[in-house]
Design a protein around this ligand. Structure first.
Ligand code: CP3
Length: 363
């Protein structure tokens, strides 16, 4: 007998895209093909932080609205996500949001302070702090789902990337109370209270899974797990204290049927271990050439990266040479998505980003 519940349990989580965009049209875009390690007619390119501070139209729109308020306003999220797409014609869009948004959504007293980053009123350093972290439910971030649905319809055949912060990077903000260069308090908790540490990372993994599932169910074509600060750890500590949790996040969203990208900064020594966490695509910062990165990552995984974000300030011929070098080395991997090695710097001339898109497509 037909049962709607049984039917929806049997089908993949991702709802059918708008009829105006045939599934195959998105499915066969250079970005999604490269993520799956399939040949592409051109190297796909998008930029981490392509939506945001480098764009005058973004600064104008955001004037007078706090960062977190803008993330909770679907119309604003939609417009900000589309701004760089109109300008650069990248091969993918990334949802405008922040990795700390789900923490705010479960009631963590957190503010994003201009020029500083996320600042937390009551850092999590003991069992009491842990107890304050409740699970994330889909309704907590309904505004994100709404923005994703609108964007998927607006973007048509341009894939939309959703994302979440990985357990370690979220833990660092929660434990430190804000950005940290050394992650000293985070590591003190990790080494000194390993049971509490693993409980904390388990909760943060569940929150990341919840946040990614909301976005997958609303229709994103790929997801990226940002473990921006994982490079603070040596490989042994990464394997012991972090890898199982990131692995669980990536495993839990596998049935979403969209490529999973896993990225961190300064992770040259961790690339092999990060690849074991199970993503389809491993993001690489600019410190390790992509052919060497692909060797460390191993076969059957695509790579993403890895132009130095400061290369945009180089003379044109130097920039062009660097872009071509990244493309040539990336071509040796089983799939390459061009990106910067970390986010677009605020001082970047948007015209240079548009030029990089052309250079990558011509390479
Ligand atoms: O472009 C902008 O910076 C303006 C909007 C903004 C974002 N986050 C967008 C964002 C602002 C002001 C923030 C606050 C914030 N959150 C900062 C920046 C502090 C500053 O003033 O420079 C930081 C470092 C965070 C924490 C955070 N958010 C991390 C570590 C990451 C992962 C990516 C990275 O840079 O390592 C994010 C994700 C993030 N923040 C995204 C966006 C649009 C999504 C990813 C992307 O667009 O590539």
């Amino acid at each position: 007998m037909y049962s709607a519940a049984a039917y929806s349990a049997a089908v993949p989580r991702r709802p059918a895209p708008d009829v105006s965009t045939p599934v195959s049209e998105l499915h066969d875009t250079p970005f999604l093909r490269a993520c799956r390690g399939e040949p592409t007619e051109r190297t796909p390119v998008w930029f981490m932080r392509q939506a945001g501070r480098a764009l005058p139209e973004y600064r104008k729109l955001r004037a007078g609205t706090a960062m977190l308020d803008s993330c909770r306003d679907p119309a604003m999220v939609t417009e900000i996500t589309l701004q760089p797409v109109r300008r650069f014609h990248p091969d993918a869009a990334i949802l405008f949001s922040d990795i700390v948004l789900p923490l705010v959504a479960i009631g963590v007293d957190l503010d994003i302070v201009a020029g500083v980053g996320p600042v937390i009123a009551d850092p999590v350093r003991d069992h009491g702090g842990l107890a304050r972290l409740r699970p994330l439910f889909g309704d907590d971030v309904a505004y994100v789902a709404e923005a994703v649905r609108t964007l998927v319809a607006e973007l048509g055949s341009i894939p939309l990337i959703g994302f979440a912060g990985a357990p370690f990077t979220l833990a660092s903000y929660l434990v430190e109370g804000g950005p940290s260069r050394t992650h000293a308090r985070t590591k003190a908790l990790m080494y000194g209270q390993p049971v509490l540490w693993h409980e904390l990372l388990e909760r943060l993994a569940d929150i990341a899974v919840g946040f990614l599932r909301v976005q997958i169910e609303a229709g994103v074509s790929a997801v990226q797990l940002f473990d921006s600060w994982a490079g603070a750890l040596d490989e042994a500590d990464y394997r012991r204290y972090v890898l199982p949790h990131s692995q669980r996040v990536l495993d839990a969203v596998r049935d979403g049927g969209v490529p999973r990208i896993h990225f961190g900064v300064n992770t040259g020594e961790l690339l092999g271990a990060m690849a074991e966490a199970g993503a389809d695509v491993v993001g690489v910062d600019w410190r390790v050439p992509l052919d060497e990165a692909a060797r460390r990552i191993g076969p059957a995984r695509a790579v993403q990266g890895n132009l130095d974000p400061t290369a945009v300030f180089a003379p044109e011929h130097v920039l062009a040479e660097k872009v071509r070098d990244v493309c040539a080395r990336g071509a040796k991997a089983d799939g390459h998505v061009f990106n910067l090695g970390h986010g677009v710097l605020p001082e970047t001339d948007p015209g240079v980003l548009a030029h990089i898109v052309d250079l990558v497509h011509e390479a």
